[in-house]
Design a protein around this ligand. Structure first.
Ligand SMILES: Cc1cc2nc3c(=O)[nH]c(=O)nc-3n(C[C@H](O)[C@H](O)[C@H](O)COP(=O)(O)OP(=O)(O)OC[C@H]3O[C@@H](n4cnc5c(N)ncnc54)[C@H](O)[C@@H]3O)c2cc1C
Length: 470
């Protein structure tokens, strides 16, 4: 990274011009603090934005209503000493996040995760699809039906308007049902596959078309695959949780002049001649620029405007279990592709960090659209894993967490509605980016980092261009 030019402009004025007026006062007469940029949200996107801006020479304030840095990288530790998290724990050593914060690297735990999937036939098999179990295992009649339905879809179902159309075109409706993929899509996205936007399907389900190419299927079924070896190293968050990890990032940013305000009681965001003003319960901050990485409806409510359209998001219930007994699978991560059970994925932490008091421990993610409460989610999970022989022994719920706005639901029209809301904020001068701010399903911190870099770079080039032509 080599950011030397300070790009903290306010509508063509150089940084600092609005700061020369020293008479900014809050309603309770305390002096307002002045910055070049206010970044809303201290998740991955907020941290990367602050890193880029401070390297450009900006005086940055990062504000979060949460009491911690790392956004939705949230962990929870039980009295017994098990540390769980809501589900985000695997990272890569070649992530661009490490270019911004190289001191994170030694905090991660190198791991060799393995992924599996419970299929509708009750078998734990390869993720995301197993040629042996799902295709060859269908038997001669099943195989005929699979190929007939693929042929039918390729010939007669070529027009695609939703995720189901997309998946059916590639693998046919018979395999779509038999593999459990259709059920998993509903479990994952929170709505029926027919209601999921085709653009998201194309973006997020590219692997289906890759798997479904005839050449690939033949290779998978009959040839010994030569492993190219992992391109990068997989790593888990520190055993004790995210705090130590992101403290290292905070220290780096603070050394370069970034100010953090956590547990902030944000009340209002507005704009006057001297710039944007963020009113909080105990203070006011003023800046020439606001970069928002928090949920769009929250930014709208701070600005005092009603949402144009409701942007639907997934509420995630995370169940935290410890276990002693016989486990019916070897993989560390299992996806639920069966037609029953509300749970989506489970991750066995003790595979990465070792057992605690001789007990294994794992987290289960459940989409709250399918169950009303953590208690219901637990009962549903217990029933389902018992029926599938996954845990025989003492299964104890240690705790649970509920997270709203975990990720966007891409029902049809959602992307257009989000774009309209982001454009409206942009017209007010607020740059809304990141997983929450751009209403963008970013699967990894790596993707979030790249997206923020792109968003900040395009804004900087636009400003440079404007200042040249002015
Ligand atoms: C269940 C799950 C599992 C994941 N697994 C992985 C993984 O293994 N590896 C990986 O690299 N990435 C994973 N990710 C993705 C990764 O977490 C995101 O890419 C990254 O956290 C996005 O950061 P962000 O700053 O854009 O947004 P966020 O961290 O989502 O949020 C930014 C800010 O928005 C505000 N905010 C968010 N939600 C709310 C709310 N409900 N109410 C009020 N304010 C809110 C907070 O101020 C927060 O700091 C996972 C995400 C989820 C939800």
């Amino acid at each position: 990274m080599n950011y030397t030019l300070c790009r903290c402009y306010l509508g063509g004025q150089q940084r600092g011009s609005f700061m020369d007026d020293a008479s900014h006062r809050t309603q309770n007469s305390s002096v307002a603090q002045q910055f070049d940029v206010i970044v809303l949200g201290a998740g991955i996107s907020g941290l990367v934005a602050a890193s880029i801006l401070s390297a450009e020479g900006c005086k940055v304030l990062v504000v979060d209503e949460y009491d911690h840095v790392g956004g939705n990288h949230i962990n929870w530790t039980s009295n017994e000493g098990y540390t769980f998290d809501i589900g985000s724990l695997i990272f890569q050593d070649d992530s661009p996040l490490l270019r911004h914060f190289p001191e994170l690297l030694p905090h991660y735990v190198p791991i060799t995760p393995s992924w599996g999937r419970l299929n509708p036939q009750g078998v734990i098999t390869a993720y995301p699809i197993s040629v042996r179990e799902d295709i060859l295992g269908a038997g001669p009649i099943g195989l005929t039906r699979i190929f007939a339905s693929v042929l039918y879809a390729r010939l007669f179902k070529r027009s695609m308007s939703n995720a189901k159309d997309f998946a059916r075109f590639w693998i046919g409706s018979y395999l779509l049902h038999r593999s459990g993929l259709e059920t998993y899509m509903k479990r994952f996205y929170g709505v029926e596959a027919e209601e999921i936007d085709i653009d998201l399907a194309r973006k997020r389900m590219l692997w289906i078309s890759e798997y479904a190419s005839v050449l690939n299927l033949v290779k998978r079924a009959f040839m010994k695959r030569r492993s190219a070896g992992p391109k990068n190293r997989q790593m888990a968050r520190p055993r004790e949780g995210f705090d130590a990890l992101y403290l290292a990032a905070v220290k780096r940013l603070e050394r370069s002049g970034v100010t953090f305000k956590l547990s902030a009681a944000m009340q209002r965001l507005d704009k006057s001649q001297d710039g944007f003003r963020l009113h909080m319960a105990d203070s006011t901050a003023i800046a020439g620029r606001v970069v928002s990485t928090i949920p769009i409806p929250r930014t709208e409510s701070l600005w005092g405007i009603a949402s144009l359209q409701k942007l639907h998001t997934i509420t995630l219930i995370s169940l935290y279990f410890s276990f002693s007994g016989e486990r019916g699978f070897d993989q560390s991560i299992i996806y639920n592709f069966s037609h029953d059970g509300a749970w989506k994925r489970l991750t066995v932490y003790s595979d990465f960090y070792g057992k605690v008091r001789e007990r294994e421990y794992f987290a289960v993610e459940v989409i709250a659209n399918h169950v009303a409460s953590p208690a219901q989610a637990e009962a549903n999970f217990r029933r389902h894993v018992l029926a599938n022989g996954m845990f025989k022994g003492d299964l104890k719920l240690e705790g649970s967490q509920v997270l709203e706005s975990a990720y966007p639901i891409y029902s049809k029209g959602a992307a257009t509605n989000a774009a309209a809301a982001i454009a409206r904020l942009q017209a007010l001068g607020v740059e809304s980016i990141g997983r929450q701010g751009a209403f963008n399903y970013q699967p990894t911190a790596r993707v979030s980092t790249i997206d923020v870099e792109v968003a900040m770079a395009s804004r900087s080039s636009a400003l440079e261009f404007n200042s040249r032509v002015r």
